[in-house]
Design a protein around this ligand. Sequence first.
Ligand code: DAH
Length: 344
Amino acid sequence: MEKQLEQLARQGTEAIEQASDLNQLEQVRLDLLGKKGRMTAILRQMGQVPPEQRPALGALVNDVRNKLEEGLAKRQQQLSRLEMEQQLAAEKLDVTLPGRRPSRGAVHPISRVCRQIEDIFLGMGYSIEEGPDIESDYYNFVALNLPKNHPARDMQDTFYIGEEMVLRTHTSPVQVRTMERLAPAVPLKMICPGRVYRKDDDATHSPMFFQVEGLVVDKGISMADLKGTLQLFARQMFGEKQQVRLRPSYFPFTEPSAEVDILCTGCGGKGCRMCSHTGWLEILGAGMVHPRVLEMSGYDPRQVTGFAFGMGIDRVAMLKYGITDIRHLYQNDLRVLEQFEGGM
Ligand code: DAH
């Protein structure tokens, strides 16, 4: 037994030294000192040892156990430190590497055009108004001289919410709301950009799109004021060489009414596919505010007159940036939007 203990001490010490990580060391510990280990196996023979030899043998057992435990503890410390150092080495951070650049945001072409339009009209002394997207039949139609069953209601494919409410089909109801609020004060000069909705969906129509409405009410406002204003706008928006042309048209809320064209942004007026070889592109509807509309909103049409216009912001953005499919504006494809990088 003495020999076995000495062998255990020798081989144990060696095994401890050879353990190369903490897992292995634990295996060695179990093998030497564990319940089913070699020390336990040796101690089982103690019963056969004559009693007078037991104290000396007992002391040797303690020596060997202490020695092995000491060895295990020391090796454990060494291995822990080693593993920590390896971990730190693996986590090493090179603070001299360049950082990752955040990708730059871009202003959406519709927001961009909308802000440009606002800037232009703010510069002419207009205020910016807003109205609700969910509008009453009264403001969207009746107060704009479109009573129930008026055939011109069919010009706009309306989303109805019950009988009396609609998703507004144009920004024109904001004209009425603003006049009601300010009448009979003059001058009234406002624009109102916002979302509008129609049952329409193809390359040039989206069921939700953006319009901006303009309205001026004052003493002595004429069609010449309308044309001059739109001329100034077109030049600031599309370039100094721009021109506008008015064609007679019909809207229930204006009399007379006009459709307004600008020189084709594709060919500058020479004629190309984009303008069907006419040299002109339609950008808005306009006219002199109908006396009935003025009257319903609280103005006296014998005292004041007004002009109004309504324009598609999407359409302006498409013409300005040469976008051929309106859906590009609403699919949020980064390859499209990133082309507009930079603020405004
Ligand atoms: N509301 C019309 C539409 O959506 C556009 C329009 C035409 C607005 C003439 C006006 C106007 O203010 O005078 O088609």
